[in-house]
Design a protein around this ligand. Structure first.
Ligand SMILES: [Fe+2]
Ligand SMILES: [Fe+2]
Length: 403
């Protein structure tokens, strides 16, 4: 996804849930999912949701972004892989067309054999990993929403759809690379025969219709921070999913997740660099944006996913619980993320800040130990609570046990 201007996800989550968290810990400000928001945005309610206005972006911030086009050309565009040397989903999948000189019958036999091999590989991958894989894939497949959000960023959008400005080139290049992630995972899962593809497709359909909620989608500062967090979260989550798939005997899937994770890593480098540059140019504006993003608990791009059968817990909440349970994305990962960026952007060393800027700095720097304490508390509570079972239509309602 991940995912340009977003945050918080298993393929996209900065926040997390504990698989066995009790009711009181679910209500804590750090751990809670914005349930009311999710409810408001169920498929049935989407059209009735209120329109929230975006705060206006200070003109000087828009000008700062515009002034960085040359910097983007030098420091971000080289991070995009040239098309000619990029991997494509087909490189990882059985070939369905005849090779030169091969007959239709030979091609079909080779394809059938390759599909059987793929199915044998994924046969040992447990359902809980499949759920994570589907959740990641569904989030990746809502890419049109993310590009739309990216294009709302003032000063850095693609005004014409084919703009030659470096920010616009980055957005389109990023989108093109991301597009392969959903394609590849979708086709792999289709061929695996392990998932109910109609239910998965229905979920993607709902997610695209529901969209995503972002705190300040038109603010370039917020978007850059969002992007850095999001790409690192997806790197971690795809990486962990791949490692688990490999441990259960599917080396092909491990390779696929590894290739996707490597993309997310490059994207993370882009947004992290851009944020670092902005911290140099406008430390006060950026530290206030960072605090705002952290206080808002960054809604996830996949938050509004639905298979049309949501019960007491939303599909996203259940998916996140499984991801936490199998350690595809955990509280620990979230804390690492926050600590990493606070360190990387040298937030503690920023000086010359306004009063509001200093308050934001203090808040952000105090966040990692605070989250760690809450995570430990939730972990202890979870250890005392009973295991539970969840069912997902994505895998024909087979039970998944949360450990
Ligand atoms: Fe992605
Ligand atoms: Fe990415």
């Amino acid at each position: 996804m991940a995912t340009l201007w977003l945050a918080r996800g298993a393929s996209a989550k900065l926040c997390f849930s504990s698989s066995k968290m009790d009711a009181s810990s679910r209500r804590s400000p750090i751990f809670s999912h914005p349930r009311s928001l999710t409810r408001r945005w169920t498929a049935a309610a989407a059209t009735a949701a209120p329109n929230m206005e975006c705060p206006s972006v200070p003109r000087e911030q828009v000008e700062v972004i515009r002034s960085l086009n040359g910097w983007v050309a030098e420091n971000m565009l080289p991070l995009l892989a040239p098309v000619e040397s990029s991997w494509q989903p087909h490189d990882f999948l059985p070939c369905s067309a005849p090779a030169p000189g091969e007959s239709e019958a030979e091609a079909l036999a080779a394809f059938t054999e390759a599909v059987a091999e793929l199915r044998a590989g994924i046969a040992g991958v447990p359902d809980e990993i499949l759920v994570c894989l589907v959740g990641n894939m569904v989030t990746e497949e809502a890419l049109p929403t993310y590009q739309t959000m990216g294009n709302r960023s003032e000063g850095g959008s693609d005004e014409t759809g084919a703009s030659s400005l470096p920010w616009a080139q980055w957005l389109r290049g990023w989108t093109a690379e991301e597009n392969r992630h959903g394609d590849l995972l979708n086709r792999y899962l289709y061929l695996s025969g392990r998932v109910d593809m109609r239910q998965v497709e229905t979920t993607i359909h709902h997610l695209l219709r529901n969209g995503m909620e972002m705190l300040v989608p038109n603010s370039p500062y917020h978007n850059m921070i969002y992007g850095a967090f999001q790409e690192r979260a997806t790197f971690v989550s795809h990486g962990h999913t791949g490692r688990l798939a490999g441990q259960h005997g599917d080396q092909a899937l491990a390779k696929i997740c590894g290739a996707i994770a490597a993309d997310e890593r490059r994207h993370e480098a882009g947004y992290t660099r851009a944020s670092a540059k902005l911290f140099q140019v406008d430390p006060d504006g950026m530290v206030r944006a960072l605090a705002y993003v952290m206080r808002g608990k960054v809604t996830m791009p996949g938050l509004l996913m639905s298979d049309g059968r949501d019960g007491d817990e939303t599909l996203f909440e259940r998916f996140s619980a499984v991801a936490e349970s199998v350690r595809v994305y955990t509280a620990r990962d979230y804390i690492d993320l926050v600590e990493h960026f606070v360190r990387r952007w040298r937030v503690a060393d920023l000086d010359g800040l306004s009063g509001e800027g200093r308050q934001a700095q203090e808040y952000v720097c105090g966040l990692p130990p605070k989250i760690r304490r809450m995570a430990e508390l939730a972990h202890r509570r979870a250890a005392r609570s009973e295991s539970r079972t969840l069912r997902f239509s994505w895998i024909f309602d087979r039970p998944v046990m949360l450990l």
